[in-house]
Write a protein that binds this ligand. Structure first.
Ligand SMILES: *Cc1c(COP(=O)(O)O)cnc(C)c1O
Length: 381
């Protein structure tokens, strides 16, 4: 199998599993317990917190473990919106559903929401943010990098604009963290969501970075875990895995970016050269190292995926159809793509585990599959 759906999830790194294993077996103590077995679990959590904090450029006491990236987004957005004085909140049109659906929920519950547009490459214009700010704006949330089209937003510029209006700024950094330099101090954000399983860590563990002094309500009520702000007996093994995966991701990042982007660029060049009537979605340079998103005229993304799957290639369509909805992707529509084009998209997301041989093999399979589907398509001119 060739796995090129690393934006959906990544393979757990074997070294990460090794570090987790004791906490799934002999080291089963509850971190809140006072005897040695509990204290050891607590110490392992604190070591993981320090590790994630160091990669984020945060203080350890600003790092809160959650059950996922989605939970971190929910906590940040609902918690910060409810703690704000004003009832106007701002996000972008291309956010992950974990963010977008929180804003839709808040819109139904008394908040006034502005969805910032993006340009045809998928970038938010800082001037649009400036123009959208009102005296009653209480929260701005804009993702660091997009999961479908890989565009990287000008986060430090956007955060600076937010702070000029004394408005807190959250970013969904799930796709950025561990893949490109992402430092909360350099960027000047007040809150950031990240997730372990997108960077070689386990599923079911995320982090919300909350800068000290940021106003945010509580999301989980219960015990005193996570400085009394996120109740639940800790997912010790998951947290330990996250700490280790974050450190591994940060180690030699420049080299990995070079390697992964060369796979991406080779794939893009070959596909655009060998297949007529297709276009690259997203920005040519402000783009995640592993992300490719291409629309093919006259084709349904789902048929493409099925035929690739039959060749042992695991990729994704740019559209939301696979998740049970027939609506094309809100991200591709926000770029201004017509519905038909948005339906015919393919997302390929590489990791450092992929090779140039795999890139060539995918192109070799893709060319005749696209030709065959076009022959069958009633849309073909
Ligand atoms: C995957 C993803 C999430 C959700 O993270 P989970 O840990 O899977 O809940 C949120 N935002 C973005 C941009 C993502 O890619």
């Amino acid at each position: 199998m060739i796995y090129v759906d690393n934006a959906a999830t990544t393979a757990l790194k074997p070294e990460v599993l090794d570090k987790m294993m004791p906490y799934l077996t002999s080291q089963y103590g509850n971190p809140s317990s006072i005897y040695d077995l509990g204290r050891q679990a607590k110490a392992a959590i604190e070591q993981a917190r320090a590790s994630v904090a160091s990669v984020l450029g945060a203080n350890a006491n600003e790092v809160y473990f959650t059950g996922s990236g989605s939970e971190a987004d929910n906590w940040a957005i609902k918690g910060m919106a409810h703690a704000a004085k004003g009832k106007h909140i701002i996000t972008s049109a291309i956010e992950h559903h974990a963010v977008l659906h929180c804003f839709e929920y808040l819109a139904k519950n008394g908040f006034d929401v502005t969805y910032l547009p993006v340009d045809s490459h998928g970038i938010v214009n800082p001037d649009d943010l400036k123009a959208a700010i009102k005296p009653e704006t209480g929260l701005i949330s804009i993702m660091a990098a997009n999961n479908e089209i890989g565009t990287i937003q000008p986060i430090s510029q956007l955060a600076k604009i937010a702070h000029e209006g004394k408005i807190p700024f959250h970013t969904d950094a799930v796709q950025a963290f561990g893949h490109i330099p992402f430092n909360v101090s350099d960027l000047g954000v007040d809150a950031a969501s990240v997730s372990a399983h997108k960077l070689g860590g386990p599923k079911g563990v995320g982090v919300l970075y909350i800068k000290r002094g940021t106003r945010i309500g509580q999301f989980m009520h219960g015990g005193a875990q996570e400085y009394g702000r996120r109740a639940s007996t800790e997912n010790v093994a998951g947290i330990v895995g996250f700490g280790h995966a974050a450190a591994l991701a940060a180690d030699g990042m420049e080299e990995k970016i070079k390697k992964v982007s060369s796979l991406r660029d080779s794939f893009i060049t070959q596909v655009l050269n060998e297949i007529p009537k297709c276009r690259l979605n997203g920005h040519s340079k402000q783009r995640l190292p592993g992300n490719v998103n291409i629309s093919f005229d006259y084709i349904e993304g789902e048929s493409l995926l099925l035929l690739l799957d039959m060749k042992g290639i695991a990729a994704s369509s740019g559209s939301a159809c696979t998740s049970g909805s027939l609506d094309p992707s809100h991200v591709l529509l926000a770029l201004g793509l017509p519905h038909e084009t948005a339906h015919g998209s393919l997302r390929v997301s590489f990791s450092e585990n992929n090779t140039m041989q795999e890139v060539d093999k995918i192109v070799k399979e893709l060319v005749p599959i696209v030709a065959r589907l076009r022959e069958m398509s009633p849309l073909t001119e």
